[in-house]
Design a protein around this ligand. Structure first.
Ligand code: CP
Ligand code: NVA
Length: 310
């Protein structure tokens, strides 16, 4: 049985297969309208969501199945009354596939170990693979390719989306460049950088990390940023973090160092005036809503693949 825990574990061939399926699902959704007939997806959430919840639920409906929204705040698991392993062993008797958005990645690993159905990572402190599959689909749609493109991530480097982009980008032959403040709390994890160096050697891509935002964004084909205040970051850190990250804000001046036809991406939710200006996210280079739409198609492809229903 296969799970989607992190793109670190997925081969480039597997990623390619899912991207090709996502493309087909998007072009011809009716072909898949009964593919999950009478099947149930359990969606476990410890954190808020708009896109992930709606796209997974709509995706199951469109494929003839059903999704259960389950917030742990009101559950035996969330209150500590029932262990993760007992919860997912039980849930596996009822449902066909589980997705979970959790604080701790270790908890997701425990779910995958004890579930007897496929488990999908819908965001943890470590990674957000579903987002990056949708992003890669969007980049390929706009640029016609992935390999050889320069993808610049600017902002919070010590971040689930950043880490997954690094994995996905380097596996697919992209030149991934991260521009973030120096220091372990702001820049990508050393083990992720080391893994990506290996993936880049195999794919012909590259990985670089710098605290100079201009160097990071220079000649980029794709410019990506994410919230400076991820769901798990306490509100009392906001003032200090905004001050720390402000030199990394994607504004028209910084964007001018990318290629003139560069696309701008943000996984959303976005905060105008923080990680990017309104001028950039609402401007002609922004593809953020196409990117969001692809969550639907890419996740359908993930579900179909893991459930053997493609
Ligand atoms: N990008 C993303 O995962 O959005 P949500 O937090 O709204 O699900
Ligand atoms: N890095 C963000 C992504 C939100 C989709 C967070 O973890 O909140």
């Amino acid at each position: 049985m296969e799970h989607l825990i992190s793109l670190k574990k997925w081969s480039p061939e597997k990623i390619r297969m899912v991207l090709d399926l996502a493309k087909d699902v998007k072009v011809d959704p009716r072909k898949y309208s009964d593919a999950m007939s009478r099947k149930t997806l359990l969606m476990i959430f410890e954190k808020p969501s708009l896109r992930t919840r709606l796209s997974f639920e709509a995706g199951m409906t469109q494929m003839g199945g059903h999704a259960i929204y389950y917030h742990t705040g009101n559950s035996p698991m969330g209150s500590g009354k029932e262990t993760i392993r007992d919860s997912v062993k039980t849930a596996s008797r009822f449902v066909d596939v589980i997705m979970a958005r959790l604080f701790k990645h270790e908890d997701l690993l425990e779910m995958a170990e004890y579930a007897t159905v496929p488990v999908i990572n819908a965001l943890t402190d470590d990674s957000h693979p579903c987002q990056i599959l949708a992003d890669l689909q969007a980049i390929e749609e706009k640029k016609g390719t992935l390999a050889g493109l320069k993808l610049a991530f600017i902002g919070d480097g010590f971040n689930n989306v950043t880490h997954s982009l690094m994995y996905g980008g380097t596996k697919m032959g992209m030149h991934v460049s991260v521009g973030s403040p120096s220091g372990a709390a702001y820049s990508p994890r050393a083990d992720v950088v080391a893994d990506c160096e290996g993936f880049a050697v195999a794919s012909g891509g590259s990985i670089s990390v710098t605290d100079d935002p201009i160097e990071a964004i220079k000649n980029a084909d794709v410019v990506y940023t994410d919230s400076w205040m991820s769901y798990h970051i306490p509100k009392d850190q906001e003032t200090a973090r905004v001050a720390k990250f402000m030199p990394y804000q994607i504004n028209a001046e910084l964007m001018a160092h990318a290629k003139p036809d560069a696309i701008f991406m943000n996984c959303l939710p976005a905060n105008r005036g923080c990680e990017q200006t309104a001028e950039v996210i609402d401007g002609p280079q922004s593809i953020v809503f196409d990117e969001a739409e692809n969550r639907l198609h890419a996740q359908k492809a993930v579900i179909l693949t893991l459930c053997g229903a493609a």
